[in-house]
Ligand binder design. Sequence first.
Ligand code: ATP
Length: 345
Amino acid sequence: MILEVSQLNLSFDQKPVLKDFSFALNKGEIACLLGPSGCGKTTALRTIAGFEQPDSGKIILNGKTLSDGLTFIPPHLRHVGMVFQDYALFPHLTAAQNIAFGIHKQSVDKRQQRVKELLDLIELADYGERYPHQLSGGQQQRIALARALAPKPELILLDEPFSNLDADLRTQLSKEIRQLLKKENTSAILVTHDQHEAFAIADKIGLMSAGRLNQWDTPYKLYHEPADIYTAHFIGAGVLLQGTVTDNQCIQLPVGTFHGPLPSLYKNGDELHVLIRPDDIVYDENSLITAEILDKDFKGNYFVYTLKINSGETISMQIPAHYNHTIGSHIGICMNLEHLIAFSK
Ligand code: ATP
C-alpha cells in the first residue's frame, strides 16, 4: 500500500468540507475522485498535497506519516507531484526547462538524461526547445505531467487535468496519461467530475458526496454493483422503477418481470427500487407492454429514446439507429435485465 488516508475531517469557516474521509491506494494504482461540484474533491487532493491542514485524521505515504495530530509535513517535503488544472507551466521557460525545474539539484548530466527520457516517454522528443505558447493544450498537459514525474515522486496528484480540452481529446489523453503513469509505475490520484474520464483512466474510483466517500471501488463494480441509490444515480444512465417481489421468486416491474435468482433476504411482497439502464430495455414489436416515444437523441450508430411507460414514469432505451420511429408513436418494449441492481424501499 502506498497511501493511507484515514478519518480526515476538515472545515472551512466551521463548514465541514471533508467528513471522515478514508481510503487506501495500492502502489502503482491510479485512482479518481469523482463527484458533483462542491463535494470536496479538490480539497481532498489539496489536503493530501499538504496545501490544507486537516482538523483531524491521518495521511501516511509509503509508511511515512505526512499528517496527523502531531505531524504536518509541508508540501515540498512530501515527495508528491502535482499537476494543476491550468498546467501552470512557466511561460518564460522552454518545455525542457519546465521539466527540469523540479530536479535542479541533480547534476547537469543526470538532469539532461531524465529530461530526455521524459520527453521520449511523452512522445515530444522534438519539442524540448519550444515555449509553452508554441504548444497545443494537449502537449502542454503532457509537459506538465513530465515536470511532475521528473523527481520520481511517490505519488502524483492531478486536479481536473483535462478540463481545458475538448471532449475527444480528453478521452484520448486520459488513456495516454494512464499509459505514461503505468510505464513509470507511479501511483496517482486524479480529480474529475466526468465519469467517462474516470472510467478511461482509473483503477479505482472514489465517488464523493458532500465531503464523504460514498463508494471506493473499481469502475466496473461502481457501475454494476453500486452500494446505494446515490451511486446508482450518479454512475451511468438509468432510472429507478418500483418493483414488487412475487411469490415465485420474481420481481414484477412496469416494464416486465425479472425472473430471479433473487437474494435470499427478499420476501414475497417486498417493495424495491430497481435500476433500469437504457440497454436493459429492448424493442419488441410483439410485446404487450407499450410505451410512448417522448423524445429521441441520435448518437450515430444508435438512438436513445425517452419513453413514457404505462405507470406514467419516464425511462430511456438504447436502440439501433435503423429503428427510426417517430416521436409521439407507441412501440412495444420488453425488459432484458441480465443483472439485478435493486434497493429496499
Ligand atoms: P468542483 O468540482 O466545482 O471543483 P470540488 O468537489 O472540487 O468542486 P472543493 O473545491 O473541494 O469542491 O470545495 C468544497 C467546498 O469547500 C465548497 O463548498 C467550497 O466553496 C468550499 N471551499 C473550498 N475552498 C475553500 C476555502 N479556501 N475557503 C472556504 N471555503 C472553501
